[in-house]
Design a protein around this ligand. Structure first.
Ligand SMILES: Cc1cc2nc3c(=O)[nH]c(=O)nc-3n(C[C@H](O)[C@H](O)[C@H](O)COP(=O)(O)O)c2cc1C
Length: 181
């Protein structure tokens, strides 16, 4: 797949109504290859926790007990969506107390994440980066083993690509990006 096609055709997959499966070997290969992203000082400020298909239900129960206590319907809805996925990745950035290094780490993670989403797209795996408010909840962080010097920046939902055509191409504004010095 041409790079420009991957960039233009990748879409966030936001339909989770079918039971989906993905190739975990292809997932792991894409994660390794995504680390070619630029990162200052080669600090590699990224790691992921893979919630494999067979662990999604257990994870959903733990997560929703904390995120949606006593909200049975929300818990069930989350369970249905989560267990339909092909897997999930908890996205974790290494924090740095220094302002410059912190910025660099977070930017590098964005480059890693886009590499990863494009490589997965090429491998036939769909993604949607989710950043629900509960990623900041210390108890949720604990579920995924996020350390004190790390930041949980999202959950990457992993899908197949059967619904790709149904995903709207959210047009970007190309004007007013470039100003002349
Ligand atoms: C850092 C980040 C956080 C996001 N969080 C969410 C989210 O919480 N829920 C969601 O449905 N999509 C989320 N998205 C996906 C965006 O909504 C999506 O990229 C945007 O609508 C453009 O669509 P496209 O990816 O199909 O081009 C997130 C994307 C990024 C980069």
């Amino acid at each position: 797949m041409e790079l420009q096609d991957a960039i233009a055709q990748r879409r966030s997959i936001k339909v989770f109504r079918r039971d989906m499966n993905i190739d975990d070997d292809a997932l792991y290969e894409a994660i390794q290859r995504a680390t070619d992203a630029p990162n200052h000082g080669l600090r590699a400020p990224w790691r992921v926790v893979h919630i494999a298909k067979h662990r999604l239900g257990d994870m959903s129960k733990q997560l929703t007990e904390i995120a949606f206590p006593n909200l049975r319907k929300k818990q069930e809805d989350h369970y249905k969506v989560a267990t339909n996925l092909g897997g999930m990745l908890a996205l974790i950035v290494k924090e740095d107390p220094r302002q410059k290094e912190s910025l660099e780490n977070n930017m590098a993670f964005g480059a890693f994440a886009q590499n990863l989403m494009l490589l997965l797209f090429e491998a036939g795996i769909g993604t949607c980066w989710k950043s629900p408010a509960y990623i900041f909840n210390p108890e949720i962080r604990k579920i995924f083993g996020v350390k004190d010097d790390e930041r949980l920046v999202g959950l990457l939902y992993l899908t197949d690509l059967e619904d790709l055509e149904r995903m709207p191409h959210r047009e970007r504004q190309h004007n007013q990006i470039i100003d002349k010095f």
